[in-house]
Ligand binder design. Sequence first.
Ligand code: ZN
Length: 213
Amino acid sequence: MSFDRSTARCSFCGHPSSEVRRMIAGPGAAYICNECLQLCTEILNEQTPFSEKALELASRPPVVIATPQVREQHPEPTLLKREPTRTITIELEQKQHGMTLMLHQLHYYTDHFELRFLWIRPPLTSGFTFVPRLIFFLTDSTGMQWPGDRGGHLLARPELANGPNHAVYQGNARFQPLPSPDARMLTVRATDPLGQFEEPAPHAWHFDITLFS
Ligand SMILES: [Zn+2]
């Protein structure tokens, strides 16, 4: 897959390269600007794992990168949020490497769709200056792709955990545009970015969801 780098936006703050001093390109369509790198350095130097700066960074809305023309038509997509036009109940769960991912529902809206999920994992040990994230990669049966969504807002749900060995996060990943009307299947792959440091790296979760039966 190729990306038009002239439309590069920082994956952390959404600024285009014309509005920042330096932009560093990562794999695929991932970028980070000098200001966000500076912020990350400050977070690394903080003593507490879930500092205010770390939480602020983690709770920013996902940056839409591939469709700048759509952004211009809908500068504030969050303001358009209404009741879903369609809800697909999924209720699938999979264990992978001691962690469970539960997909609950797909919500279709007029110009995007959202995936509701729960992520059950061992608690992060103290010392991580990292707010947990999942990275999603979706494809539908017509070949459409939604690469690299970072899972949107993650909400810790300690009341759902059954004991100190589990942490539960509720998430809502948002994708744009909607799947093709002809798509019969949606494949959801998800991975824990921290897992990349493990040997061997864990398999990604893989779910096939039937959109029409
Ligand atoms: Zn930035």
